[in-house]
Design a protein around this ligand. Structure first.
Ligand code: 48N
Length: 318
């Protein structure tokens, strides 16, 4: 008996699936009236499936995405508050751009799941509250600043908004372990380099290069890279440190002590293209420039991310 069209994907194990599901044929599945039942009184029944269908549903989508995003317009390294704010502003302002976010952790969000020292409320100084309003994140107004009742409310909201945008893809549990560089045609003496993409690997591999023989990486090319890798963590300040080791930055500025009033404008106003093709945003910039840290207030991360997006647009439009 030739297997019927399998709902959702063609697999050649159809007879086994019929047998596993106790079905005579797939007509009930193919026309959507399949044998399932939302009954919470002890008779909840799922539509039948063959394990291979699950694998193929994931493999088809993920590797098509990897194939398509091997050439991206913008790569954002780091899905913390700065990287996600950049992704949101860039993707909504320029829906034509293919934006690929690379995040080392399984869970995106960086340090923005808590307000500070396990406390959950998130403080955002005005005027950065305007970004919260744009996202639809509720907050309590305290005059010069606002408070989001739980940091996760901001982070989950901006993450959801970003992932719903058709021109954004997120590769989490994936680390950027190097930068792609090319000769910079704009350099005065022709010896300059410009960043032209990223070198990636599964994070667990990237963290274990000294415990196993090298597993070679993957590459994603992009004319603009935005680095938002933060100031601490297993790979914090990744691009700032790599710029030093590759000779594109003389030395790290190293983050200074906490001064909220000085730190937040310094990070926002300092957000820029720190090397040809590489824009730096968020707390990574404090390591690059030697600016102060601001501690448990997140408005600068949002505004710096937005500025990084505008810098990327400037590059595309120049
Ligand atoms: O949240 P972070 O660490 O970084 P930002 O800049 O988005 O936000 C910083 C903010 O959370 C603060 O530190 C606050 C304001 N405190 C300031 C203070 O004074 O202490 O997110 C960076 C993300 C993380 O999710 C990392 O996992 C990821 O970047 N990451 C990487 N992803 C891919 N490849 C890498 N090499 C890499 N390195 C870091």
């Amino acid at each position: 008996m030739a297997p019927a069209v399998i709902y959702g994907s063609q697999i050649d194990e159809a007879p086994q699936l019929l047998n596993n599901a106790g079905l005579k044929d797939f007509s009930s599945v193919a026309n959507g009236s399949y044998d399932c039942k939302e009954d919470y009184n002890g008779d909840y029944r799922f539509a039948p499936i063959e394990e291979a269908q699950v694998s193929r549903a994931m493999i088809k989508r993920y590797f098509n995405m990897m194939y398509e995003r091997a050439v991206s317009d913008v790569v954002i390294i780091g899905a913390g508050s700065a990287g996600l704010s950049c992704a949101y502003h860039l993707a909504t302002t320029r829906p034509d751009l293919k934006i690929t976010i690379i995040e080392a952790n399984v869970a995106p969000g960086g340090g923005a799941w808590l307000g500070g020292q396990l406390m959950t409320p998130m403080v955002v100084r005005k005027p950065a509250d305007r970004f919260l309003a744009e996202l639809g994140v509720p907050f309590e107004d305290e005059g010069p600043f606002v408070v989001v009742k739980h940091a996760a409310l901001f982070t989950a909201t901006v993450l959801a908004r970003v992932l719903a945008l058709p021109n954004v893809v997120l590769m989490n549990a994936t680390a950027v372990e190097d930068l792609i560089v090319r000769p910079d045609p704009r350099s005065a003496d022709g010896t300059g380099q410009r960043v032209a993409g990223v070198v990636t690997n599964w994070t667990l591999v990237a963290l274990n290069h000294d415990t196993q023989s090298c597993m070679d990486p993957n590459v994603i090319t992009a004319p603009v890279v935005v680095s938002a890798t933060g100031h601490d963590g297993p790979m914090g300040a990744f691009s700032a440190k790599r710029l030093v080791s590759m000779g594109l930055l003389k030395e790290l500025g190293n983050m200074r002590g906490l001064d909220m009033n000085r730190a937040e404008p310094a990070i926002v106003n300092g957000t820029r293209e720190v090397a040809p093709g590489l824009i730096m945003t968020g707390m990574e910039l404090s390591e690059h420039d030697g600016s102060n840290r601001m501690g448990p207030t997140f408005g600068a991360m949002m505004a710096s991310g937005i500025k990084a997006a505008r810098e990327a647009i400037r590059i595309f439009e120049s």
